[in-house]
Design a protein around this ligand. Structure first.
Ligand SMILES: Nc1ncnc2c1ncn2[C@@H]1O[C@H](COP(=O)(O)OP(=O)(O)O)[C@@H](O)[C@H]1O
Ligand SMILES: [Mg+2]
Length: 344
């Protein structure tokens, strides 16, 4: 990890920025309104250099004591800052880094990034283009293959799979409760609505508790997962993928990433879910350099469905109650797939 050079306020000082870009004339700052829900704040910086050129940057500040994902996944170090600091990590041979600098004044951490606005995937509820989907899936497969059963996965600062999979479920393992935010109220409302529609046995398998989750995960391969493979957390250009928002980075089965990808990006998929899973499988096999036997793939495919349902079926149920054919089809798919995936 690179030594820490700065306090958060210093990150944006001309004297400090000059170390990155050369002599600085001035810096202007503006709040960046973002679609994220975690509670982090973002600012856009325009740095004017003495030679007249400008650089556009984004500063993200996270308060680990308040940030929803940090609290629920026990992020005490600022995982995103760890990734920003690890400039020579192999992660950055699989994906491109947006990070230029970082600072920590715990419980707050901040990362300074390139402004990737021009390469962000547009935040709209319609499918990506096929090449964009393939590029993102390939990047995830590269990351997963690179860290497949890697010894570094024991790092205590990475999130654990059960925290990720139980992030939106009231915990039974001593973690802080869901809390009283707008998001947690919606989550509780969604689970209650689901409970009215499915059997107690279904709910029992869905909200099975941390110990049962650990037992499920123990039989699956582990890798490094980004943890929030929402399309909005990537930028794509010329076949390359920048990945930011590493707050949920975990040592977890790769299927967690696949399940969350399918669930959170439902309106962005260019293929039916089964075909996205197949595509990911092919890309993963390519990267692992060997085919995954059915006996190895099938538990991963089933876990992907369980992970997607556990993290987002509350939201699919709220959408169902709001009406519409697409929401009905989406809900039906997850409920049927979860039943099949939990039976086997
Ligand atoms: N480096 C960046 N360049 C351009 N836009 C960014 C950058 N980082 C974040 N954003 C925008 O802000 C949004 C939220 O940022 P993110 O880091 O994912 O925070 P959150 O934890 O709130 O999801 C992103 O989806 C993107 O639209
Ligand atoms: Mg985000």
């Amino acid at each position: 990890m690179a030594p820490q050079l700065a306090r958060i306020a210093e990150l944006t000082e001309p004297r400090h920025l000059a170390r990155l870009f050369g002599p600085v004339q001035g810096v202007t700052r503006a709040t960046l309104a973002t679609p994220g829900f975690s509670g982090a704040t973002h600012e856009r910086l325009t740095v004017t250099l003495r030679d007249g050129r400008t650089r556009a940057l984004v500063l993200k500040t996270i308060d680990l004591s308040r940030d929803f994902t940090a609290v629920r996944t026990l992020d005490r170090v600022g995982r995103e800052a760890r990734f920003a600091a690890a400039r020579r990590s192999a992660v950055w041979r699989m994906l491109r880094s947006p990070y230029l600098d970082w600072a920590s004044e715990r419980p707050r951490v901040a990362v300074l990034m390139e402004d990737l606005t021009d390469h962000l995937l547009p935040d709209v509820r319609r499918p990506l283009e096929r090449w964009q989907e393939d590029t993102v899936l390939a990047a995830l497969a590269r990351l997963h293959a690179r860290y497949w059963q890697h010894p570094g996965l024991g790092a205590p600062w990475l999130a654990r799979a059960e925290h990720l999979e139980g992030m939106l479920i009231e915990s039974d393992d001593g973690r802080p409760p869901l809390g009283g935010s707008v998001l947690s109220d919606r989550v509780r409302q969604g689970w209650a609505a689901l409970r009215d529609r499915v059997s107690p046995a279904f709910m029992g398998r869905l909200h099975c508790g941390a110990q049962a989750l650990r037992a499920e995960h123990a039989s699956l391969p582990r890798t490094l997962v980004h943890g929030d493979a929402k399309v909005a957390n990537f930028a794509v250009a010329r076949g390359e993928v920048w990945a930011f928002d590493w707050a949920c980075a975990s040592a977890a089965p790769p299927s967690h990433e696949l399940g969350w990808y399918l669930a959170v990006n439902a309106s962005r998929l260019t293929r039916p879910k089964e075909a996205v899973m197949e595509r990911y499988r092919v890309l993963l096999e390519e990267q692992l350099g060997a085919p995954l036997a059915e006996a190895a793939w099938s538990p991963l495919a089933r876990h992907a469905v369980r992970a997607g349902a556990r993290t987002l079926l509350w939201s699919k149920t709220l959408a169902l109650e709001a009406g519409g054919q697409a929401a009905r089809a989406e809900w039906d798919w997850w409920v049927t797939a979860f039943e099949q995936a939990s039976r086997a």
